[in-house]
Structures are given as C-alpha cells and as structure tokens.
Design a protein around this ligand. Structure first.
Ligand code: NAP
Length: 283
C-alpha cells in the first residue's frame, strides 16, 4: 500500500477502510476482517460510531502485526476538554484492545477543542498516539489551530468528493503541511454518483468502475481516502486504482461536477452546531 508521509514523518496509507454506519457489531467485525484480508491496513473508526469493540475484535482475529496496521479513532464533542479527552482516549484504546493509536482526531470543530488539543499534544509527546489531527475543521479554524498551538494537526479529515471538491480548503491544508483525508470520498452514494455521465464516460475509457475513477481522482489530487463498503467485491475494487491514470482532460471534466457546497452536512450552519452538540454517545 502506498503511503503519504505526514509532517512528523509518520506514514499514512493512501487508501483506508471507513467504518461509519457499520454499527451492527457482527457485520462490522466481518467487514473489517475482510477488508484486512483484502489488503487494507488503515481502519477508520470513531467513538461515536459505537463500533470500536468490533473493530478491535476484527484486528485481533486477523493476526496482522500491530506495526503493520494504521488505526484511527476520533474524540466526540461530549468528551472535549483536557481531562475528558485523556479519559476518552483510554476508553477507545480499551475498546480497540490496543496500547497505542496511529491517529487520534478531534471529530468535530465544536466543544472545548483547545483543551482537547493540549491533551492530545500530551498523548502525542508520551508516544500513546503516533499522529494527531482534526476533522471537519474549516480553513480559518484550521489556520487558527496551526498558528496558536505547539503541535500542528497532521491531518484534517473533511468531506471531499466530486460534488464538493474543496479546492481552497485543500490548498490551505497543503500550505500548512496538513494532510487532507477525504470522508465521503464516494459522496456517500448521493445523487446517484456511480451513474453520473461524466464519471461513466471516463470509466468506460479506462475500463474501470466509476468508484475507481473517483478514488483515482482523489489520489491524483494528493488526498487520502477511506471509502466504506459492506461488500467484499467493492472492497477489492476500491483498492485497485494504481494501474491506470486519469489524464488532465479527465481531471478537468471531473472538476466541472463541483457544486461548491455540501449536501450532506454544513458545519458552518447554526443548525449543524446545535444538532451535533446535542448528540450524546454515553451517559
Ligand atoms: P463513502 O465511502 O463516500 O460512501 C459509502 C457508500 O458508497 C456506501 O453506500 C457504499 O455502499 C457505497 N460504495 C462503496 N464502494 C462502492 C463501489 N465500489 N461501488 C458502488 N458503491 C460503493 O461514505 P462514508 O462511509 O460516509 O465515508 C467513508 C468513511 O469516512 C466513513 O466510513 C467513516 O469512516 C469516515 N467518515 C468520517 C466523517 C467525519 O465526520 N470525520 C463523516 C462521515 C464519514 P455499500 O456499503 O452497500 O457497498
């Protein structure tokens, strides 16, 4: 698996396996197990997905050396704050059954993120986590964090796909040596994207699927991805993007699909701030 090198020298696999909405423990364990068998080495989970235990079980059963795996989990809003972050981190480690994490992310740009960041800096310095970062941070929030904290986030995991290409946000991340990692890299299957005529035309030309075209497009833009699928064949397909290349004309054609905003979640809207802040993941 090809990797991106993060600002601190840690290597992050260019394609990982996403586990959002794999909430049924048995299904999640089976899917992650199969993903590992297929060749995925980065597994993306979150405390709020309620599947860290199932991910941990799959990892244990796979028998792959820990050093070959890249495990990401995320801190939920309810657990922000210095002490709460340290506690939530321990809980996640326990559920995953590991003694360190590869990447710990602040899941949302809400709550006491500055105290959380200081706790994460501590975990990083102590070696409990190899890299730290954020998720869903808009450019100005990211710059603020980068310019005011001792350790800059190494990753910002945000929504990126052909309908919401985030060109400006990616530029800012690259200027600050923050790796963009796309969630929803396949647009969460919205707007029947797998049958979009621009993608279908490019896919036919290269003899690949539209999902592969999208994942290759991310790859050529220097964006890491974590596609999710509950289907074994699609897991293989989504990893198999290294044997063809999109031309400049293909890339330009995909750039015309950008609608410039999210139809999944607008993190800047008061409604989203209220909604996400009201989600409690434990008592
Ligand atoms: P996604 O990966 O863009 O799309 C998943 C959808 O695409 C599913 O409906 C899946 O269906 C379908 N799919 C996958 N591969 C396919 C293929 N080759 N052909 C046809 N359909 C295919 O969306 P996502 O799961 O929201 O995002 C990926 C990961 O990002 C998540 O799992 C999670 O780990 C992370 N995430 C993070 C945040 C955040 O706030 N940080 C938010 C959302 C997601 P099947 O499963 O039926 O195959």
């Amino acid at each position: 698996m090809e990797c991106f090198e993060l600002a601190n020298g840690v290597f992050l696999p260019k394609i990982g396996f996403g586990t959002f909405q794999l909430t049924d423990a048995k299904t999640c364990e089976q899917c992650v197990g199969y993903a590992l068998e297929t060749g995925y080495r980065l597994i993306d989970t979150a405390a709020s997905y309620h599947n860290e235990k199932a991910v941990g079980n799959a990892i244990r059963h796979a028998g792959i050396p820990r050093s070959e795996l890249f495990l990401t989990t995320k801190l939920w809003i309810q657990d922000t704050g210095y002490d709460r972050t340290l506690h939530a981190f321990e809980q996640s480690l326990k559920k995953l059954g590991v003694d360190y994490l590869d990447l710990y992310l602040i899941h949302q740009p809400f709550g006491d993120v500055y105290d959380s960041w200081r706790a994460m800096e501590r975990l990083y310095r102590e070696g409990a986590v190899k890299a730290i970062g954020v998720s869903n941070f808009s450019s100005e929030r990211l710059i603020d964090l980068c310019m005011n904290q001792d350790i800059k986030p190494m990753v910002n995991q945000i929504e990126i796909h052909p309908f919401f290409q985030q060109g400006d946000a990616i530029k800012v991340m690259k200027e600050h040596h923050v790796l963009p990692q796309a969630w929803g890299p396949l647009s969460e299957a919205q707007r029947d994207i797998f049958h979009h005529k621009i993608l279908m035309k490019i896919a036919a030309k290269h003899g690949v699927s539209t999902a592969q075209v999208m994942l290759r497009w991310h790859y050529q833009r220097g964006v890491a991805t974590i596609p999710k699928t509950a289907h074994g064949e699609r897991m293989k397909e989504n990893l198999d993007i290294f044997d063809f290349a999109l031309s400049e004309k293909d890339m330009n054609a995909i750039s015309t699909m950008d609608i410039g905003h999210s139809e999944i979640m607008d993190h800047r809207s008061p409604c989203t701030a209220r909604q996400l802040n009201s989600i409690k993941i434990h008592a």
